[in-house]
Design a protein around this ligand. Structure first.
Ligand code: MN
Length: 361
C-alpha cells in the first residue's frame, strides 16, 4: 500500500463540549472551516460552508471560481440564519485550496491558515483576519504574545454576517514534495510554528503528519477544536518552477495584504457590536456591548446597562471573574447573566442575617 498523498482529521479537543470545525478532503479540493456562534450554530455554519465549497469549487486551477464558491457559501449562511437554521450571528472561517500538480489556488477568510513547507521551511500563505493578527502586523504584538492574548480568538472577518465579505485569493507555485497544510486555530493557537514545522519535516507521510499534529495540539492542552489537512504537492504531475511566476505570486500577496489592512477595521467594528462583556465599576456590575481593552488605541465598547448589583454581595469567585472583564458571545447572554447575579445578590442579602442569628445563641 502506497503512502497517502493527502489526509485530514478533526478532533473536539479537551475543553470544548462540541466540535464546530468542519473539513473536506476531496482532491483536487481541500477545505477547513472553523464555525463560530456556539450552541450548535457554529457547526451549522461551518457545515454549510464546506458543503457549498465542495459543491461549487472548480476542478481546475481557477482562483476566481474558488473565491466565488466561498462567496456563495457566505450568502447561504446568511440566508440560513434568516430562515431560522442555526442562529443569527453564526459564522465560520474558510480556507480552501485547489491543488493541481505543484500549483495551488487558495481562497480564504478568517483566522484558519494555509502553510507551505518547502525545503524544511514553513511559509504561512494566508493572512489572519483577526484583531491580534492586525496587531502583529502593526508591530504591537509578537506572534508568541498573540497566541496567548485574551482577544486571540476575536476575528475581524468571517462568513455569515457581511453579504459583501471580501475573500482573499492567492496562487502559489510549490515544488514537488512540498507539504501544504490547512488548519484551524485549534492547531496554530496551541503550537508555535517551529513545532509545526518540526512535525511536518519529520513525519514520513501526510497521514502521520496529521496524526502527530492533532496529538501535539491535544498534548499542548487541546483548548479548541483542532482540524488539520496535509497534502503532498506535485506527486502526480511535476511542473518546472518559474522564478517569474514566484514573483508574480509574491506581488499578488503584497496586494492582498494592502487590501486587507483597509477592510479589517470595518470588520472589527461590526464584530465588536455583536459581543458583550461584564465588568465592575465603582463596586457595581456594569455591562458593555463590545470588547474589553483597546485595539490600536481604540475602545470598541458601548454602555449597555449599569446595574445596582453590589459586587460585594456576589460569590467572591464570580466577583473576581467580573473584575477581570467577563466576555460573552452576545449582549443578550450578558443580560441573562445580570439576571442571575441579581438573584445571587438578593439571596446573599437575605441569607446573611439568618446565619448571624444561629452563630450567636
Ligand atoms: Mn477555533
Amino acid at each position: 500500500m502506497s503512502a497517502a498523498r493527502y489526509h485530514g482529521a478533526t478532533d473536539r479537543g479537551k475543553v470544548r463540549s462540541g466540535n464546530e470545525d468542519a473539513f473536506a478532503v476531496e482532491p483536487p479540493l481541500f477545505v477547513v472551516a472553523d464555525g463560530l456562534g456556539g450552541h450548535q450554530a457554529g457547526e451549522v455554519a461551518s457545515g454549510i460552508a464546506v458543503d457549498a465549497v465542495v459543491e461549487l469549487a472548480p476542478e481546475e486551477l481557477d482562483v476566481d471560481a474558488l473565491a466565488d464558491s466561498v462567496r456563495v457559501a457566505n450568502e447561504r449562511i446568511i440566508r440560513a440564519a434568516h430562515e431560522g437554521v442555526g442562529r443569527e450571528g453564526m459564522g465560520t472561517t474558510v480556507t480552501a485550496a485547489v491543488v493541481r500538480g505543484t500549483r495551488i489556488a487558495l481562497a480564504h477568510a478568517g483566522d484558519s491558515r494555509a502553510y507551505l513547507l518547502r525545503d524544511g521551511r514553513l511559509d504561512r500563505l494566508t493572512h489572519d483576519h483577526s484583531v491580534v493578527g492586525e496587531m502583529v502586523r502593526s508591530g504591537t504584538l509578537t506572534e508568541e504574545e498573540a497566541r496567548h492574548h485574551p482577544s486571540r480568538s476575536v476575528i475581524t472577518r468571517a462568513l455569515g454576517s457581511d453579504p459583501d465579505m471580501p475573500v482573499d485569493r492567492l496562487e502559489v507555485t510549490a515544488s514537488p514534495g512540498d507539504l501544504l497544510l490547512l488548519c484551524t486555530d485549534g492547531l496554530h493557537g496551541m503550537l508555535d510554528e517551529d513545532a509545526i514545522a518540526d512535525i511536518l519535516v519529520s513525519a514520513p507521510d501526510p497521514r502521520h503528519a496529521v496524526d502527530r499534529l492533532v496529538s501535539a495540539a491535544l498534548d499542548a492542552g487541546g483548548a479548541d477544536n483542532v482540524t488539520v489537512v496535509v497534502v503532498r504537492v506535485g506527486a502526480d504531475r511535476d511542473e518546472p518552477v518559474s522564478p517569474k511566476r514566484r514573483s508574480a505570486a509574491y506581488l499578488l500577496w503584497v496586494l492582498v495584504a494592502v487590501l486587507l489592512a483597509a477592510t479589517a477595521a470595518g470588520g472589527a467594528y461590526s464584530y465588536a457590536r455583536s459581543k458583550a462583556y461584564l465588568t465592575i465599576e465603582n463596586g457595581r456590575v456594569v455591562v458593555y456591548r463590545g470588547l474589553p481593552g483597546e485595539f490600536a488605541g481604540v475602545r470598541l465598547r458601548w454602555p449597555l446597562e449599569e446595574t445596582t448589583i453590589d459586587a460585594s454581595a456576589l460569590d467572591p469567585q464570580v466577583a473576581s471573574r467580573l473584575a477581570g472583564d467577563l466576555e460573552v458571545d452576545s449582549p443578550s447572554e450578558a443580560l441573562e447573566l445580570v439576571g442571575e447575579y441579581r438573584l445571587m445578590a438578593a439571596e446573599a442579602e437575605t441569607a446573611t442575617p439568618a446565619e448571624t442569628e444561629t452563630a450567636t445563641p
